[in-house]
Write a protein that binds this ligand. Structure first.
Ligand SMILES: Cc1cc2nc3c(=O)[nH]c(=O)nc-3n(C[C@H](O)[C@H](O)[C@H](O)COP(=O)(O)OP(=O)(O)OC[C@H]3O[C@@H](n4cnc5c(N)ncnc54)[C@H](O)[C@@H]3O)c2cc1C
Length: 465
């Protein structure tokens, strides 16, 4: 996957704006470029675009949107900026954070007004994990598949989407101006496409085990649950071209992935009162402290396994989530009429599970304090009688959060602070607003970075072209 330096190059075809990767970032960039009047082509390595985007729940955090106003939520770019800085302990790029906080709302409003995206604000995600107001926007099915499908349909007739096109080379001159790319077809044939501006939308490097071991050794041997095609090529081309990278140690983790089925267990089960126990039947953390960092808490347990335990109230309130429906259908939810029965079913000591549940209930009733500092008072207590339910989970790496340094128009920057001539990046390919670790990830920041930087990159690339 080299960058090839050349002065004169004759390409098989040329297009003003070229985008590599057809996830949320690439398709939003292409749509924005087309809206700005540019001819645009997207190259996607897979036969059919899915990306990590299709695996997502599809929530996008954004501030001061029309959708928020419709639900009576008062929000502002300043409030979102403050939340980003607090969550990242001040360790993220302030300028990028300001830009994302300012541009996320107009991005959602643009998709709603100009392209009929029916976003609404999900009130089940209130002020959890760092957002000071409800700010998660979702489409009716609450899935990334719908988001990507709508992005593709919105560009139909104006965005040229070419699949089975694995970009393997980038051609650039000595001034780091990108001239075009080389791509490989499944039958082994090669083609070249020239461009005036290139948008890198190949996501991060979660599927590249070598890069994960190098930059995020703490997750080097952990399960990866993002798209297999996201193996860091875009970031590597940027690095070879002389771009700066930042926060390469950052990532979005998840501590509730159903191991056998590969379906995520909705965190709402926990946010609304459920608990996580290990194989000894004991709780081991404040499950509400950090949704992303909970991945490491779970992986640190015996065999890297935990169970999400909940009652019938929580089962019923979570039936609407597509993931929960899939888990049930796949037989991943264990249930028993009481704690002893559940303990036997999931193989943990019955007396310990009974004591763990009793303690959680006492905390919720204000009769005990949680040694891990969880505020149980915000939800009704778990049932003291059952039935109880449990789903087996592990921790996983969802996607990486470090990448190419970009300015507030998504233009890729060199280490000396100068911009690359015609290179843009967004989503998982760009450095995010999560600081340097797992703990700085705000819920739904991944797709926020994808669509917000995607839109900015598309607009800037169209201007350039
Ligand atoms: C289970 C799960 C749930 C999630 N839920 C949410 C959520 O609700 N909200 C949220 O904000 N974030 C969520 N995330 C994170 C979110 O999905 C990502 O941040 C986002 O999808 C990244 O978008 P992207 O366009 O950068 O990457 P992708 O969607 O992965 O797109 C990259 C595309 O580039 C293609 N590609 C790569 N290399 C090449 C190449 N060399 N040539 C051609 N094509 C190439 C890939 O095949 C892929 O299609 C979730 C992640 C997971 C795993």
């Amino acid at each position: 996957m080299p960058v090839i330096r050349t002065h004169a190059m004759s390409f098989d075809a040329s297009v003003p704006v070229l985008v590599v990767g057809a996830g949320a970032t690439g398709m939003t960039a292409a749509l924005a470029a087309a809206d700005a009047g540019a001819d645009v082509m997207v190259l996607e390595r897979d036969a059919s675009p899915t990306g990590t985007t299709s695996m997502a729940q599809g929530f996008i955090c954004a501030a001061a949107t029309r959708a928020q106003k419709d639900k009576g939520v008062s929000d502002s770019a300043e409030a979102m900026f403050a939340d980003i800085m607090t969550k990242t302990r001040g360790q993220t790029d302030e300028r990028l954070a300001r830009s994302i906080a300012r541009e996320s709302g107009p991005t959602i409003d643009w998709l709603m007004a100009d392209h009929d995206f029916p976003f609404d604000v999900e009130l089940a995600w209130r002020t959890d994990f760092g957002h000071s107001v409800p700010r998660l926007h979702g489409l009716p099915s609450r899935s990334g598949t719908e988001l990507l499908g709508r992005l593709i349909r919105a560009g139909e007739g104006r965005v040229s989407l070419t699949t089975n096109a694995h970009v393997v080379d980038v051609y650039a001159d000595d001034m780091d101006r990108v001239l075009g790319v080389g791509l490989l077809r499944p039958d082994g044939t090669r083609e070249t496409i020239g461009c005036a501006a290139l948008v890198l939308a190949t996501c991060g490097f979660g599927a590249n085990r070598e890069m994960v071991r190098r930059f995020i050794p703490e997750m080097g041997d952990s399960p990866y649950f993002g798209h297999e095609g996201d193996d860091g090529e875009g970031i590597q081309w940027g690095m070879q071209l002389g771009a700066a990278t930042a926060d390469m140690t950052a990532f979005q983790g998840y501590g509730a992935l159903s191991i056998e089925s590969g379906v995520l267990v909705n965190y709402n089960l926990i946010m609304e009162g459920g608990i996580q126990i290990n194989l000894k039947g004991e709780r081991f953390s404040n499950e509400l402290f950090d949704i992303s960092g909970q991945s490491k808490q779970v992986l640190a347990q015996p065999s890297g396994i935990a169970w999400v335990v909940y009652d019938d109230r929580l089962r019923q309130s979570n039936l609407r989530w597509p993931e929960y429906q899939a888990l049930t259908k796949l037989g991943m939810v264990k249930s028993a009429p009481d704690a002893a029965g559940l303990a036997q079913l999931i193989g943990v000591p019955a007396t310990t599970l009974q004591a763990t549940l009793a303690h959680a209930i006492a905390c919720a009733n204000g009769d005990a304090e949680d040694p891990f500092g969880r505020d149980f008072g915000r939800n009704p207590p778990l049932s003291s009688e059952g039935p109880y339910f449990a789903a087996k989970v592990t921790g996983a790496l969802f996607h990486t959060q470090g990448g190419l340094v970009v300015d507030d128009t998504a233009r890729v920057m060199r280490a000396d602070g100068s911009p690359m001539p015609n290179l843009f990046a967004g989503g998982g390919t760009a450095r995010s607003i999560s600081g340097p670790g797992v703990w700085g990830y705000l819920p739904a920041a991944g797709l926020c970075m994808a669509v917000t930087l995607g839109r900015l990159a598309g607009q800037a690339a169209a201007r350039q072209a």
